[in-house]
Design a protein around this ligand. Structure first.
Ligand code: NAD
Length: 262
């Protein structure tokens, strides 16, 4: 018996094997969920397809385009999944993008357009895809939405500039969505993961030193893995977390509790 037996999960944000979304997808499958995937661009389609075909039952898994900066693609994506499944129980938003120059420079120099872009793709998209998923959740009698954040919101992290602002919007949006959609039995949470060497992670200068710091200073004295984030996602997707909504759940080996580390 899996924790997600009979549940249908839409996983957005697989780009390659290292993607956090891939760790989440494989954990969901282990627990019995049915899966659907998007790919952001035609260029990424091959990558995602090659991964999906490694999963048992892959021929039953919707794999469709969805660039979250395009409203028509969001609508077409959820309409196609609705046509295939009729309903859905789980939505994973594991998506982020910012221009490198708006991450690495001086904070006061981030551009207006760069900030808008980071917030649009990394945070507003959570609202847009959740809204599009609502009819599918309604048919299922409720839903669980989760996204990925990083603790550059309460703490200042070098080279996170515009993405830190986007994550602040994402975390606040999580609480507002949770309050708004709770009466429909839709839960919305976000996982604040420690640093992982993914494509998006590597855009942030200093990811390697952030990982070294985890080993040296995090209460659990080690780095997190993609699989561990997958297991936290299973908890949030399952009935085990039915009383949890609006939360930012730290999957960071306790690093967030430190003030001055000894
Ligand atoms: P990743 O590069 O594997 O995943 C990012 C995904 O976002 C990619 O699949 C990409 O295709 C997708 N994406 C970008 N623009 C898009 C668009 N317009 N439409 C649709 N999809 C789009 O890297 P990741 O580290 O797995 O990132 C996933 C999430 O985890 C992001 O929100 C990231 O900020 C967050 N996160 C990462 C870390 C880390 O250290 N890697 C830590 C905490 C949180």
């Amino acid at each position: 018996m899996g924790l997600l037996d009979g549940k249908r999960a839409i996983v957005m944000g697989v780009g390659n094997q290292r993607s956090i979304a891939w760790g989440i997808a494989t954990a969901f499958q282990r627990e019995g969920a049915q899966l659907a995937f998007n790919y952001a661009t035609e260029r990424l389609r091959d990558n995602v397809e090659k991964l999906v075909v490694t999963l048992p039952g892959h021929d039953q898994m919707p794999l469709l385009p969805c660039d979250v900066s395009k409203q028509d693609e969001i609508e077409a994506f959820f309409a196609a999944i609705g046509a295939r499944w009729g309903q859905a129980d789980i939505l994973v938003h594991s998506i982020g993008y910012a221009a490198v120059e708006d991450l690495r420079g001086r904070f006061h120099e981030i551009s207006r357009d760069g900030l808008k872009l980071a917030i649009d793709i990394s945070a507003f998209s959570l609202i847009a895809v959740t809204r599009a998923a609502l009819p599918l959740f309604e048919k299922a009698g409720g839903g669980s939405v989760m996204s990925l954040t990083y603790n550059a919101v309460d703490r200042v992290v070098p080279s996170y500039n515009s993405m830190a602002m986007a994550k602040a919007v994402l975390e606040s949006g999580t609480r507002y969505l949770a309050a708004d959609l709770g009466p429909s039995n839709v839960r919305v949470n976000t996982i604040s993961a420690g640093p992982l060497k993914t494509l998006a992670g590597s855009a942030v200068k200093g990811i390697s030193s952030a990982r070294d710091l985890m080993v040296e200073k995090a209460p659990l004295r080690r780095n997190i893995t993609q699989d561990e984030v997958g297991n936290v996602a299973v908890f949030l997707a399952s009935e085990m977390s039915r009383c949890v909504t609006g939360a930012t759940i730290f999957a960071d080996n306790g690093f967030n509790v430190l003030g001055v580390a000894d």
